[in-house]
Design a protein around this ligand. Structure first.
Ligand SMILES: Cc1cc2nc3c(=O)[nH]c(=O)nc-3n(C[C@H](O)[C@H](O)[C@H](O)COP(=O)(O)OP(=O)(O)OC[C@H]3O[C@@H](n4cnc5c(N)ncnc54)[C@H](O)[C@@H]3O)c2cc1C
Length: 385
């Protein structure tokens, strides 16, 4: 299929594809086994200016948009979703500054982020606040010229490895969801430490840690936007990043599909390569068709976002749900096509299937995304009346 990418977009795709094939594929199994953060790969991505893809040129980035970011994430995910998570979480953590930061904050942080000198993480989730983000307990109290932050964030991607953290805390609990605010907190700030490193089913090349704030003092200028805007910052951030999670689903599906085709051509049973059996061909045909449908959706939603559209909740939720459910289905079917071999660690589809599962869970579970789509449909129907 021709998606009418520009020459520049094709160059980005080919560059990331080359990095994925030369630098990621050879080490992905080892990174998974050792549960190791892919610092060497992050350095290569930084040298290729890929951390600055979506950051405006005036802050040292390449000034591209959601489509270019999704293309890069898709290519990395084809090789390893753990690596693509470490890369994409950086964008997730940067969006609060990009979308709502002051000029001073943008000038201070974005050039280093664009250069890949400092990684970023985003902290919303807590032990008792997952889908119900309004239940967060972390507090930020203004004392003189500083906010004093206390609480624990759970399951934060890039936790401990990142230098810059954008987090959400309650500045006025009495106001409920309108009492949350977003902050920038740098690694090394007294009172900010890291808790447990999680041991995960998949994406083991990505690090997931607790962030612990114990009377951590930050200048009041570290607030992003104004007091009370925390959930707007968080929701708009997630709206902007979710299409990228869809791109992860698309990439891992493409990777697993290619492995399944390769295997089905070589594996002989009953005197024939298994790809000659219609049952296998139909599975591959469904996989190929759905992958193209997911790519068409993700690229279209990305272009819609890049056009400057303001209300993107429904579209980004659709892209995330469709492509990540696809990622799970295609990786599972790739294992099925490869039979016992697919279940063994000798082949990459075993890891791909483990990696794909998280995509239906993080950045808002797929049930929650369906709730979002449902709510938007209700609003649209009410407007038509
Ligand atoms: C590996 C990993 C990395 C992560 N990285 C980050 C990160 O960088 N930053 C961050 O802030 N968070 C991060 N998270 C947290 C992640 O976003 C949450 O796990 C996710 O939002 C779901 O929350 P939960 O796990 O508490 O599930 P819960 O909210 O407890 O949900 C449990 C189940 O109930 C369902 N459910 C809940 N409410 C409803 C409802 N109203 N309608 C229908 N179904 C519902 C859910 O869909 C799910 O199936 C990460 C999580 C993991 C596992």
């Amino acid at each position: 299929m021709d998606y009418f990418l520009t020459e520049e977009q094709i160059m980005i795709r080919d560059l990331v594809r080359q990095i994925a094939e030369e630098k990621v594929v050879p080490v992905r199994e080892e990174l998974d086994e050792k549960e190791e953060f892919p610092w060497e790969i992050m350095r290569v991505l930084a040298q290729s200016d890929l951390f600055g893809l979506f950051i405006p040129e005036q802050y040292g980035g390449l000034g591209k948009g959601c489509l270019e970011l999704c293309i890069a994430v898709e290519e990395l995910s084809k090789a390893c979703v753990g690596v693509s998570t470490s890369y994409a979480a950086n964008a997730l953590g940067t969006f609060p500054i990009l979308l709502f930061g002051s000029e001073e904050q943008k000038k201070k942080y974005l050039p280093d982020i664009a250069a890949g000198k400092r990684l970023v993480a985003f902290g919303l989730t807590e032990a008792n606040a997952g889908s119900d983000a309004a239940g967060i307990q972390t507090t930020a109290k203004l004392q003189g010229d500083e906010y004093v932050i206390s609480g624990t964030k759970q399951w934060i991607t890039n936790g401990g490895e990142a230098e810059i953290y954008t987090i959400i805390a309650m500045t006025d609990r009495a106001k409920g969801a309108r009492g949350a605010s977003a902050f920038i907190i740098e690694k090394g700030t007294p009172g900010f430490s890291f808790g447990k490193k999680e041991r995960k089913m998949g994406i083991r090349a990505s690090v997931t840690r607790e962030l612990v704030f114990d009377n951590c003092r930050v200048p009041k200028t570290n607030i992003i936007g104004r007091e009370g805007m925390g959930f707007i910052v968080a929701m708009k951030t997630l709206d902007s990043s979710r299409t990228g999670v869809g791109a992860q689903g698309l990439g891992v599906a493409q990777g697993a599909f290619e492995e399944a085709v390769k295997f089905a051509r070589q594996r002989v049973q009953f005197g024939h390569p298994i790809i000659s059996f219609q049952a296998i061909q139909h599975m591959l045909a469904d996989m190929a068709t759905e992958i193209e449908a997911a790519r068409a959706l993700i690229y279209s939603v990305s272009r819609y976002i890049d056009s400057g559209a303001k209300d993107i909740s429904k579209e980004s939720a659709m892209a995330k749900v469709f492509a990540t459910d696809l990622g799970m289905r295609v990786t599972t079917n790739a294992v099925q096509i490869m039979g016992g071999s697919g279940y063994m660690r000798d082949y990459p589809v075993e890891k791909m299937m483990r990696d794909a599962k998280i995509l239906q869970i993080y950045e808002g579970t797929n049930q929650i995304q369906r709730n979002v789509i449902g709510q938007e449909l209700i609003k649209e129907a009410a407007k038509k009346k």
